[in-house]
Design a protein around this ligand. Sequence first.
Ligand code: ASN
Length: 306
Amino acid sequence: MVKTMEDMEKKARLRLVSGILGYTTGFFHMNNFTQLMPVILSSVTDPLGPDPGSTVIKSGEIEYLGQKLTLTQSMILHKQIAIKQGLERIFIISPNVRLEHPERRKSGKHLFEFSQVDFEIAHAKKEDVFRLMEDFMSGAVSHAKACYGDELELLERKLRPIEGPFKIYTTHELRDKHGEDWEKEMSLRSKQPFWALDHSREFYDKEDPARPGHYLNYDLIYPEGFCEGLSGAEREHEYDTIMRKIGKHGIDTVRYKPYLEMAKEGLTPSAGGGFGVERLARYICGARHIGDVQLFRRVPGEPVTI
Ligand code: ASN
């Protein structure tokens, strides 16, 4: 059978996804992380809000033996519980289901089912995560260039080497300078990834005790218009603070009881983050739409065929 250019490009992108998975697993193992298996169904998951960036219309739920279970939106709560249990550096390649509004089809960067590399480090600060991810990114790009040169050439992707430390901005200065669409604007202007700090979002991201109303969280933004790749934070670990923020966000405390009970016993301070495998692959491949790096497309607003 004659292969079309489209088939060859698809195969090249899938080879790169595979390379990224191999590199990622090796990187985290080399850095002494314990790899955990993902959880797909649970009594609780990441509430994903309030977050101005989220358009999830509902969470995926099933009933099993009289219990209401929800599909994982991210493993953040389970990561905190794993850290509490004495694991110090963990990572998980975890399927996430986020039932986004069909409008998101146009963003080029949204999927309603994707894989997140979620990691967490006990007693870490945001700077520890910055250094780790700067090493990770520079290695991931070097690995792609060294081992997947033919695929990158076929895709006509000229990848610039990545060099840390990345520039650091706050969302406040970015918004003042570039308006509400700062992420896209700044990503298009940048040649290297950068950090955007201080987002007002989910309860588990730590509020700066020295500056209430400011948050010890961060996003990593890819350059060349590929936008957000990672979100993370130092975490709230004190029960009273968690309860206060959960109350403010209108989260159902009955539903979150199993997590809250663990928090009451005491969580360990930590920091971490999560990045989508497909977003990283889209950036490395230079793909126009994120659906193009999936073999089985899960794009909001597109019907599922198989
Ligand atoms: N995984 C992210 C984190 O660790 C949370 C998310 O995906 N919303 O902060």
